[in-house]
Design a protein around this ligand. Sequence first.
Ligand code: NAD
Ligand code: DAU
Length: 349
Amino acid sequence: MNSLLITGGAGFIGTNLVHHLAAVTDHRIVVLDALTYSGDLSGIGPLIKSGRIEFIEGDVAAPETVTHVFARHQVDRVIHLAAESHVDRSIADAEQFLRTNITGTYVLLEAARAAWPDKDPATTRFVHVSTDEVFGDLGAQDAPFGANDRYRPSSPYAASKASSDHLARAWQRTYGLPVMVTHCGNNYGPWQFPEKLIPLMILNAKDGAELPVYGDGRQIRDWIHVDDHCSALRYVLERGTPGHTYLIGANCERTNIGLVEQICDRVDQALQRPAGSARALIRHINDRPGHDQRYAVDASTTHALGWRAAHTPETAMAGVIEWYLDHDRWCENIRSGEYRGWYRSQYSS
Ligand code: NAD
Ligand code: DAU
């Protein structure tokens, strides 16, 4: 029986995507994930235990592993998420970003090319999940990113994702591999490693720790709830056209400082603290080198498939904050790596 392979399925978006697809489709789902610092099986563990999905611990940049997974599970569809994903880490040390994001994508594309001799888009599909960051940043008056925009990546992370996008499109054009590339804005929601802005701010506000805002905090990101990204990926998988590019966004541009203040006020309310307690923890610190000023996504390519986002930060943030306050043990454990060790012994095959 054929399988849908989800790489990086133990990460933030992957965990949410696996739950979404397991619930609303009948695909046989195989997750390949190396369980790096940001991968953890506590989210998808119950689906592994129940037999709904299969988990394989392995590296997307290892050709033998990937070839074996394609053959053993008769992989006919791929959603490729596995990556090093954090910009600040890429600035500190880019090497692993090049290996995972570029070599890993190359290895997967080659495995798909070998396994799918017909490359029939009716029966085989490869969704390469990329980011809006490959387009660099926008000025205040610029139109949102569109599918034909020029690449201008700023960070080592964005450059590595841009490289992988070029490989994906080249394999589509040269070899006819049925590849679709997606570009999404900043995701928020459950299971996000708490180094990223939103979970970091929620947990620090809860703990009474400083809230580090880079520079003046006037930078703008286009925020999307992870559930909306996951449903968009399903639309692209099911309805997208190979060779096409899909931009995914919820039309929610917000400044970092505005978002952080919103989180502060909601955490104060949730914990019944005096208004302004969390805002007093905000500290403006040195800016991120090469920091992109503004991202904004024109999602009309994905709207054309019939997809629409359902959430905004204002409607969804209270639920997201509640999730992190309820899962503080998970947050502590994933930061320490404890969960990965425990679940690895239970679920890995
Ligand atoms: P994440 O860091 O939470 O998860 C990445 C997952 O990939 C982890 O489970 C990790 O163990 C796994 N992984 C890392 N290296 C691997 C390797 N060599 N082999 C196999 N697995 C490996 O990241 P995320 O935020 O869930 O992002 C997932 C994808 O979505 C990435 O490709 C990212 O570029 C893209 N994306 C993310 C966002 C966002 O806002 N988070 C927005 C647009 C696009
Ligand atoms: O746009 C999509 C991208 O969004 C994804 O491709 C990346 O994988 C994902 O990590 C995210 O990148 P960002 O760099 O935008 O996300 P991050 O959460 O690191 O930062 C969001 C904004 O907040 C950014 O302008 C930097 C700022 N920031 C971040 C942190 C962690 C702060 O001001 N303080 C912080 O402590």
